[in-house]
Design a protein around this ligand. Structure first.
Ligand code: ATP
Ligand code: MG
Ligand code: FE
Length: 351
């Protein structure tokens, strides 16, 4: 099937054409992403109303470009998939309403995609991975472990009780005056820093539950920066490196615990950990995860970073997986600002 995917839930306006063949193999025919970084740069974060307006301005062009690059005409697609939540509601409405209009005008099925499900299934777009597997989603808005049992069948095993990991990177970058988005900037400067100079807290590390907490760590970083002010370049690099070492340790120890739970509950299954979300680009975190997986004989899959951050191909692919199971949605499907992955209505209806 040929699927058009539309993503507008945050600050990326994105559309893609993905083809899924009968045996489940995928081809990304196009994947066009327009990031709104410049629009929001002056504000140090995403401004929802500006994001929604930019989606209105750009989405038609991005969809046209995705079709052009794929060599696929709009009326040749078999279904139209769009993120229907969770996310900034103005943006979600732009993408979902556009998808509904296309579906109605072209008489094609609509697939309302949960953005988190799109992240959860991305590894299957690029790698041969069977269910069940464990997913770690670490992005600007989410930090959670999800047991992926099948399409539409998810169990959340832990989440952040305050900030998301990407958000923590962004806030640390802001207080070190490194700009936005913070993740890449913190990682770059951390390379010349000493990760052992500051012993930042490892929140919740001693607890058995699989939750994260990053706001106390962020505060510790702020207090350290204030105590040293004015900061030299070396101070900034050492703080960044020490912060990154703290989160890499927290994330990898938690991942080890999650893998142990997986092993205990699903002893017969292959041990697969997949990562999703923009923070997956971080080499220090990926290396720490790789070590934890090696120790347990688990396989770590990190999809290409362009597919880890928000994009249209992941939405098209989630749509393709649902479409293959006959799961399509009505044009009355409402956009959802919140939409936990483990709601019962995620389940694909049995034929
Ligand atoms: P969500 O997908 O949860 O709605 P989002 O759109 O903000 O949120 P992504 O686009 O997946 O999330 O990722 C962006 C986040 O990833 C930002 O917080 C950014 O700082 C972080 N990030 C990107 N590259 C790196 C890196 N190299 N190291 C750490 N964090 C990074
Ligand atoms: Mg984003
Ligand atoms: Fe996302």
């Amino acid at each position: 099937a040929i699927i058009l995917g539309i993503e507008t839930s945050c600050d990326e306006t994105a559309a893609a054409i993905v083809v899924r063949d009968q045996s489940g193999n995928a081809t990304i025919r196009s994947n066009v992403v327009r990031s709104q970084l410049d629009e929001h740069a002056a504000f140090g974060g995403v401004v929802p109303e500006l994001a929604a307006r930019a989606h209105v301005t750009w989405l038609d062009h991005i969809i046209a470009q995705a079709c052009r690059e794929a060599g696929v005409a709009l009326d040749e697609v078999d279904a139209i998939a769009a993120t229907a939540g969770p996310g900034l509601i103005g943006g979600v409405l732009v993408g979902l309403t556009t998808a509904k209009a296309l579906a109605a005008a072209l008489d094609k099925p609509l697939i309302a995609v949960n953005h988190l499900e799109a992240h959860a299934l991305t590894a299957r777009l690029t790698h041969q991975i069977d269910f069940p597997y464990l997913m770690l989603l670490v992005s600007g808005g989410h930090s959670q472990f999800v047991l992926v049992r099948g399409v539409g069948d998810y169990e959340r095993w832990g989440t952040t009780i305050d900030d998301a990991l990407g958000e923590a990177f962004d806030k640390v970058a802001k207080l070190l005056s490194l700009g936005h988005p913070g993740g890449p900037a913190v990682e770059a400067i951390a390379k010349s820093g000493d990760p052992r100079r500051f012993k930042f807290p490892r929140p919740l590390l001693r607890e058995a539950r699989l939750d994260f907490s990053f706001s106390g760590l962020k505060t510790a970083v702020r207090l350290q920066a204030e105590a040293l002010a004015p900061l030299s370049n070396q101070d900034v690099a050492d703080i960044a490196a020490s912060f990154q070492a703290a989160v890499a340790e927290v994330v990898s120890v938690r991942a080890g615990q999650a893998l142990d739970r997986f092993r205990a509950e699903l002893p017969a299954e292959a041990l697969n950990l997949v990562v999703a979300g923009g923070v997956a680009a971080n080499r220090a975190i990926a290396a720490a995860l790789g070590k934890v997986c090696d120790e347990r004989g688990a396989t770590l899959t990190v999809p290409p970073i362009a597919l880890c951050t928000d994009n249209g191909a992941m939405v098209a692919w989630a749509g393709a997986e649902r479409f293959a199971l006959g799961a399509i949605d009505g044009l009355t499907f409402a956009a959802r600002p919140r939409w936990p992955l483990d709601l019962p209505d995620m389940k694909v209806p049995m034929p």
